[in-house]
Design a protein around this ligand. Structure first.
Ligand code: URA
Length: 426
């Protein structure tokens, strides 16, 4: 095979053969196909698309580039345990994994949640959990299997051995403006989830200003392709299409999102976070043949018990005081009326600017940086009332964050009533 031939096929709107795909992914992973050649191919795919067969083969080739975990051997109390996982395409204030993993585990379904870090305006689950003193994101594969058998839930960093072709390609797409191609996003996400070895999967595909996919048609298309890829690979996969025009919950950041997740586990917390946690738990449990109302284990403390053990299993102290910010700044309502809009993207970028996110992969994040919201769309506010509290350890960051937040909300005007859960895709 020749990389130039493969690029030309896709440039001229042809279909790549299975053999071409297997070769180009393997050769790129080994460094035989150069970055500039893969960049050209990614752009050709971005512009000309791929047929379902090509996407499936591309995904399989990326899985084959690395190790494949196997959770068939997980046994608890002498029985084989079903596994289920969730993937969110990324949002603002999306701390759902934190209460969800222990909630599902409370019903006897094990959750191997291999997570990532935030980049840009969306937060990362591992960054949030690292605000808990002592908690470690890195675990060996053997330890993951052990905790899944005992506690039932693990949230940890995906190892370097999982789909290395995707790691290399994703970094390349990031700098060649080819991230937003549906075939590339679908195969990237699903290659990691299938290599991880979960028995079933629920996808939370976000739509709106704070999401990758800004419009519903694209999000729906992405969800359908991912559900089909999962099914074709033998992993029972469903998807919820959910709104990301407004941040989830009342906190955006790291430690503050952990605090909110703990409120949900204690039976309280904001209603949108509870609604989505319970809906996703229901999907994961149904896929594993467990037909229950998952809200129960939030009320009776069983999910909290799993959370505490899960945090302690990874060296964290579930009772520790979380890091507190050095500086705070309050943004007040400039007029009275109904808050009709709170833009997720702008809130996400502001939180990032306050230090909750990173500009480059190797940057550290501030545990205590973020935004606490005191009102959500639909609430009536009075002039001078606090709308949000900004927190950071580096107060020189306030100015740019506040500037952006002043444009993030609308008081008065037309109230949009977006449902949180837009559709279920099977
Ligand atoms: N998340 C991924 O893992 N891959 C993509 O391509 C986009 C989002």
């Amino acid at each position: 095979f020749d990389a130039v031939d493969v690029i030309r096929t896709k440039r001229d709107r042809g279909e790549l053969t299975d053999e071409q795909i297997d070769w180009v992914i393997d050769a790129y992973t080994r460094g035989v196909v150069a970055d500039e050649q893969m960049s050209a191919l990614a752009m050709a795919i971005f512009l000309n698309g791929m047929e379902h067969r090509e996407i499936f083969r591309w995904m399989k080739a990326m899985i084959a580039s690395g190790e494949r975990l196997n959770f068939e051997s997980i046994v608890g109390e002498g029985k084989k345990i079903a596994t289920s996982d969730k993937h969110s395409t990324g949002g603002v204030g999306d701390k759902i994994t934190l209460p969800l993993a222990p909630l599902v585990a409370a019903y006897g379904v094990a959750v191997p949640q291999l997570s990532g870090r935030g980049l840009g305006h969306t937060g990362g689950t591992l960054d949030k959990l690292e605000s808990i003193p002592g908690w470690e994101a890195k675990l060996s594969n053997e330890r993951v299997v052990e905790i899944l058998g005992s506690t039932g839930a693990v949230i940890c960093a995906a190892g370097d051995g999982l789909a290395p072709a995707d790691k290399k390609l994703y970094a390349l797409r990031d700098v060649t403006s080819t991230v937003e191609a549906i075939p590339l996003i679908a195969s990237s996400i699903m290659s990691k989830k299938i290599a991880e070895g979960t028995g079933s999967l629920v996808l939370d595909v976000k739509v709106g200003s704070g999401a990758f996919m800004k419009d519903e048609d694209h999000a729906r298309k992405l969800a359908k392709i991912m559900v089909e890829l999962g099914r074709d690979a033998g992993v029972k996969t469903t998807a919820l299409l959910t709104d990301m025009n407004t941040p989830l919950g009342l906190t955006v950041g790291n430690a503050c999102e952990v605090e909110e997740a703990v409120e949900v586990l204690a039976g309280g917390g904001p209603s949108d976070v509870v609604e989505l946690t319970v809906a996703l738990a229901r999907e994961m449990l149904l896929s594993s043949g467990v037909d229950v109302d998952p809200a129960e284990a939030l009320k009776d403390g069983r999910a909290m018990d799993v959370w505490r053990t899960m945090i302690a299993d990874q060296g964290g102290d579930p009772d520790a005081r979380l890091p507190q910010p050095k500086e705070t700044l309050t943004v007040k309502a400039p007029s009275s009326g109904v808050l009709t809009e709170l833009d997720a993207y702008k809130v996400g970028v502001a939180s990032w600017r306050l230090g909750a996110g990173r500009a480059r992969k190797e940057d550290p994040v501030q545990a205590a940086a973020g935004i606490k919201l005191h009102a959500k769309p639909g609430d009536t506010v009075a002039e001078g009332q606090p709308l949000m509290t900004l927190t950071t350890d580096t107060p020189e960051r306030f100015e740019r964050a506040e500037e952006l937040l002043q444009e993030a909300f609308t008081i008065g005007g037309e109230q949009k009533n977006n449902p949180l859960i837009i559709d279920r895709i099977v």
